[in-house]
Ligand binder design. Structure first.
Ligand SMILES: *Cc1c(COP(=O)(O)O)cnc(C)c1O
Length: 248
C-alpha cells in the first residue's frame, strides 16, 4: 500500500451492517422508552459519523442514515461537499473562526455555550441566508474539563438569545461524567431534565426547550430513562474511531 495515499478506515462496514446496527439500536431505544413510560417516537437516534472517512459515511447514507453528528466544523464541511442529502449536526465545541462552516452546512448545533458564538453565528447565518436550530450545552456533571455552561448561566443566555432571528433555541445538551457508575451518570441527565423543567415556565416567547440531547453509546439507556429526546451514537454504529483517517 502506498504511504502517501490516505488509507481508508479499518472499517469494511456494508450498507447491511449499518441497517442491522441501526435496527438493533432503534429496537433497544423503543424498549427503553416504553420502560420509562414514554413513547418510542419521543426519542431520536442521532448517528455520530465523526472521524470516519467520506467513503464510510457515504455507505451509511446509502443505508438510509440522513441525519449525522459531527464534532468538527471543517470535517463536516469537507464531508458535506461530497455527500449530499444529509442534515449535519455539530455536537462538539465550536471556535468562532469556524462559525462560517457551521452556518453554511449545519442543520443543528448541540454545543452552543456563549453569547459571542451565537452572535457570530447569527451574522454568518444572515450572510448564508440560513437558519440554525441550537441546543445549549450545559456542564451538568460538574467536571472541570467539560465544556458547557454552568446551569446558572442558562437562563440569562436564553433571555439574550430571545431576539435572535436565525439562531433558534430548541433545547439543552449535556455529556455525562466519564464513569460506569449508574448513579453518577444518571445524576447529570437528571440534573439537565430538572433544569429544563425549571426553565420552561419562564421561557421567552417563541423559544422551546423540547429537546434534551443526552446519551452516547455507553449510556444512552440511562439517558432515555431520564428523559432524553436525542441520543448521539457513534461507536455502536460506526465502530471504534482509533483507525480513523481524521485522527492522524
Ligand atoms: C463522539 C461523541 C458522541 C458519540 O460517542 P460514542 O461513545 O462513540 O457513541 C456523542 N456526543 C458527543 C458530544 C461526541 O463528541
Amino acid at each position: 500500500m502506498h504511504a502517501s495515499i490516505p488509507q481508508s478506515d479499518n472499517n469494511d462496514l456494508t450498507e447491511d451492517d449499518f441497517r442491522d446496527r441501526v435496527a438493533a439500536l432503534t429496537a433497544t431505544i423503543a424498549e427503553t422508552a416504553v420502560q420509562a413510560g414514554r413513547l418510542p417516537e419521543e426519542v431520536r437516534l442521532l448517528p455520530v459519523s465523526k472521524s470516519f472517512s467520506a467513503d464510510v459515511v457515504a455507505t451509511a447514507v446509502r443505508a438510509g442514515l440522513t441525519v449525522l453528528g459531527e464534532n468538527r466544523p471543517l470535517e463536516m464541511a469537507e464531508k458535506a461537499q461530497v455527500i449530499p442529502g444529509v442534515q449535519w449536526c455539530i455536537i462538539g465545541p465550536v471556535q468562532r473562526n469556524k462559525a462560517r462552516e457551521v452556518a453554511q452546512y449545519a442543520h443543528e448545533l448541540h454545543s452552543l455555550d456563549s453569547l459571542r458564538l451565537a452572535e457570530t453565528l447569527e451574522q454568518r447565518l444572515v450572510a448564508a441566508d440560513r437558519h440554525l436550530d441550537v441546543l445549549l450545552q450545559v456542564n451538568a456533571s460538574h467536571e472541570q474539563a467539560k465544556h458547557g455552561l454552568h446551569p446558572d448561566e442558562v437562563a440569562p443566555l436564553l433571555d439574550q438569545l430571545a431576539h435572535f432571528e436565525r439562531v433558534h433555541v430548541r433545547g439543552l445538551m449535556t455529556l455525562a461524567a466519564y464513569s460506569t457508575e449508574e448513579t453518577v451518570v444518571r445524576s447529570a441527565f437528571q440534573e439537565l431534565r430538572e433544569l429544563r423543567d425549571r426553565l420552561v415556565p419562564n421561557l421567552p416567547d417563541g423559544m422551546s426547550l423540547q429537546e434534551l440531547s443526552m446519551g452516547m453509546s455507553s449510556d444512552y439507556r440511562w439517558a432515555i430513562l431520564e428523559g432524553s429526546t436525542t441520543v448521539r451514537i457513534g461507536t455502536a454504529i460506526f465502530g471504534h474511531r482509533s483507525n480513523s483517517v481524521y485522527l492522524k
